[in-house]
Design a binder for this molecule. Structure first.
Ligand SMILES: CC(C)(COP(=O)(O)OP(=O)(O)OC[C@H]1O[C@@H](n2cnc3c(N)ncnc32)[C@H](O)[C@@H]1OP(=O)(O)O)[C@@H](O)C(=O)NCCC(=O)NCCS
Length: 204
C-alpha cells in the first residue's frame, strides 16, 4: 500500500497522495507549461543524482533539455511530477518504443532530501497506471552498474537485468498499482484529460 488518500476534485488536474510515512504530495502530469517546475526539480537534484538519471555529468541542465523533458504527448511519452509544499520532489516518465509499441522505457528520479519515503515506487506505479491504460505492458530501463538503489527499486517491481553495452538493461511487466484503487482512478481521470486511452493497434 503506497497511497492512502486522494482528493476527488473533478476539475482538478492533480492527485493528492499521502506517502506511507505521512508526507503529502500532489501528482501532476507534465505538460509544456511545466518547464519552470522541471527546471527547479533538476536544479535541486544533486550532481550525482543527475549523472545517475541522465548518464552524463550535467553541472547545469540546459534549457533546451528542460523543454525536451516537458515536450510530452501523453501517449508515446508520458511524465508526471510529484509536488510538495517545497516544490517538485520527484519525476517519473515513460517513452514508448517505436519498434515494440507494447514496451516503454521508464525513468525516475527523486530529490535527494526526499529519498526512502516510497516516492520512486509511487512514481513508477503512477506512470504504470497510465501505461496500462495506453496498452503498454512492459517497462524497460537502463541503469548504471553502480546504481544499486535503482536496481533494488526496479528489481522489487519485477524488473530483471542483464549486462548490455556496459549498462544494466532491465525489463519487466508494468507494475501493478499497490495503493488505493481510488487514487489509481484519479490518476486515470487526470491523465484522460490530456487525451483518451488508445488501443495498441491504434498506435502501432
Ligand atoms: C533510485 C531512486 C529513484 C530511488 O528513490 P526513492 O524515492 O528513495 O525510492 P523508494 O523510497 O521508492 O524506494 C523503493 C525501493 O527502492 C530500493 N531503494 C531505494 N533507495 C535505495 C538505496 N539507497 N539503497 C538500496 N535500495 C534502495 C529499496 O528496495 C526500496 O524499498 P524499501 O525502502 O522498502 O527498502 C533515487 O535514489 C534517485 O532519484 N536516484 C538518482 C536518479 C536515478 O538513479 N534514477 C534511476 C535511473 S532512471
Amino acid at each position: 500500500m503506497i497511497a492512502t488518500a486522494a482528493t476527488m476534485e473533478s476539475a482538478s488536474t492533480r492527485v493528492e497522495v499521502t506517502l506511507p510515512g505521512g508526507d503529502r504530495v500532489s501528482l501532476v502530469p507534465v505538460t509544456q507549461a511545466s518547464t519552470a517546475a522541471m527546471a527547479q526539480f533538476l536544479d535541486r537534484l544533486s550532481p550525482e543524482s543527475r549523472r545517475l538519471r541522465f548518464f552524463q555529468a550535467l553541472p547545469v541542465v540546459p534549457p533546451a533539455m528542460v523543454r525536451q523533458l516537458c515536450d510530452v504527448d501523453h501517449h508515446e511519452h508520458v511524465a508526471w511530477l510529484a509536488m510538495s509544499a517545497d516544490g517538485p520532489v520527484a519525476e517519473g516518465r515513460y517513452v514508448r518504443s517505436r519498434s515494440a509499441p507494447w514496451q516503454a522505457e521508464v525513468a525516475v528520479a527523486v530529490r535527494d532530501d526526499w529519498r526512502r519515503r516510497g516516492l520512486a515506487r509511487l512514481m513508477v506505479e503512477t506512470i504504470g497506471v497510465v501505461a496500462d491504460a495506453r496498452s503498454v505492458t512492459t517497462f524497460t530501463c537502463d541503469v548504471l552498474g553502480e546504481n544499486r538503489a535503482s536496481q533494488r527499486l526496479f528489481g522489487g517491481l519485477g524488473v530483471t537485468f542483464r549486462f548490455e553495452d556496459g549498462m544494466l538493461a532491465g525489463a519487466g511487466p508494468v507494475p501493478a498499482w499497490s495503493g488505493s484503487p481510488a487514487v489509481a482512478d484519479e490518476i486515470r481521470r487526470v491523465q484522460a484529460a490530456f487525451g483518451p486511452a488508445v488501443a495498441l493497434e491504434a498506435v502501432a
